[in-house]
Design a protein around this ligand. Sequence first.
Ligand code: NAD
Length: 503
Amino acid sequence: MQETRQKGREVKNLIGGRWEEGNGRATEPVYDPATGEVVAETPLSTAEDLNRAVEKADEAFPRWAATPVVERARVLFRFKMLLEEHSEELRDLVTLENGKDFKDAAGEVRRGIEVVEFACGMPTLMMGETVRDVARGVDNASYRYPLGVVAAITPFNFPCMVPLWTLPVAIGAGNAYILKPSERTPLSAVRLGELLQEAGLPDGVFNIVNGAREAVDAILEHPGIKAVSFVGSKPVAEHVYKGGTAHGKRVQALAGAKNSMIVLPDVVLDKAVDNIIASAYGNAGERCLAGSVLVAVGEIADPLVAALKEKAVAMKVGPGKEEGSELTPVIRDSHREKVRQYVDVGEEEGAEVVLDGREPPLEEGFFMGPTILDHVTGEMRVGREEIFGPVLSVVRVDSLDEAIEFNNGSPFGNACSIFTENGAAVRHWRENVEAGMLGVNVGVAAPMAFFPFNGIKDSFFGDLHATGKDGVRFFTENKVEITRWFSEPGPSSAVKRPVEDGG
Ligand code: NAD
């Protein structure tokens, strides 16, 4: 593998407003998945680095929390304008470090900006509640307060959007924030940090501590961190949830997925096929909302698999920055190997390999071809484990109830889609399916920024989800006040009675 270092992509920590060099720390290479070249090195921060970040965040917190919410929101408005101005540059960074195509990368940046727009409404979102006269002359009210220093640990597959799921809300609510980006995709986060500085965010309110396991464990153990937001795979989510809560922290941990797409016989076939292809193979299948299992109900299975195969075969495999690329590389060579092994396992378990993408279609980079496994069952590993690559498993069932039963047999509960024009069937499915995000004729059921990103079962550990009002609740706590006054209003505040003129 060629390992030429690209200049000008320094991955530094941001601590208390200062960009810090790696100072000889061990590093992890960052690859361009489309070429296999090393484009940067991520410093693997130590617990000592994390401690300094917490110290600086803790120093910055009281002033930031005391800054009026309208002023905090103004920083977010400026940040939003800068994100718009630099959106193409951010898109290019996402494509460089993650490999996804320009359209997906631009979509990711847009979705991130939408969370900033949501958080610009923080004066409204921070509103408490009041009830006057709960007893004679007694009022009850609640006020929202930031928590203090909070942290987020993010995955490789959305290096710009996932940090933006929480950082605008957390800092808009008055917290000081530490980001630990994926060591595989740290570049977008650096740019976000620079733009936040340009937007006028005070030093220490936003910090970046790059690294991997050691930095994560230091976050979980640090008594100064009040809340941790995690997004990543299920085993690490569980580790973060257990470790964080055992140390008295509030934790939300968004985890892995195995999403079903159920197709009924009355489907509008060509439209569904386009959606299914985009869901299964977009971003090389590396989305937590990727449709990974197609559950075909009844006689639709044969025409559906034939149409999918025809489309998939015709997909243009290529680098994300090249116009027309439809299937982009996976994140690492080691990950490609893991995905290939899943196809081997599926074949051994009795699945039919209708389309085989194991042979790399391009010499450079970490590409795979699109793969379709047919006649998969819930007992097979390829039918129930997250593969996170361009592999679509097809399960054949006789009824909608069987399809729902298949879906509900999964330990995961992130998303489920249904393709049909039958409203009653959709209602039946919605009432019985176990998944937190539902798509009706929509293959990637991503909620907008003002709704929670809503996985259930093993796809989520915690109580309050990221984004939407859940996010505001996660990053704030309430004081509930009950008030009464013993004295009558004095003469200085005596209330004038309106002149009795009949008006
Ligand atoms: P990952 O779990 O490998 O890494 C996520 C974060 O955890 C990274 O910052 C990483 O440095 C850290 N980490 C990794 N191993 C660790 C360990 N042993 N101890 C402590 N920290 C560790 O996830 P990934 O491969 O970067 O991302 C893909 C996964 O994320 C998939 O499972 C996908 O479904 C999931 N994901 C879920 C959502 C959601 O909303 N539910 C969204 C995006 C991605």
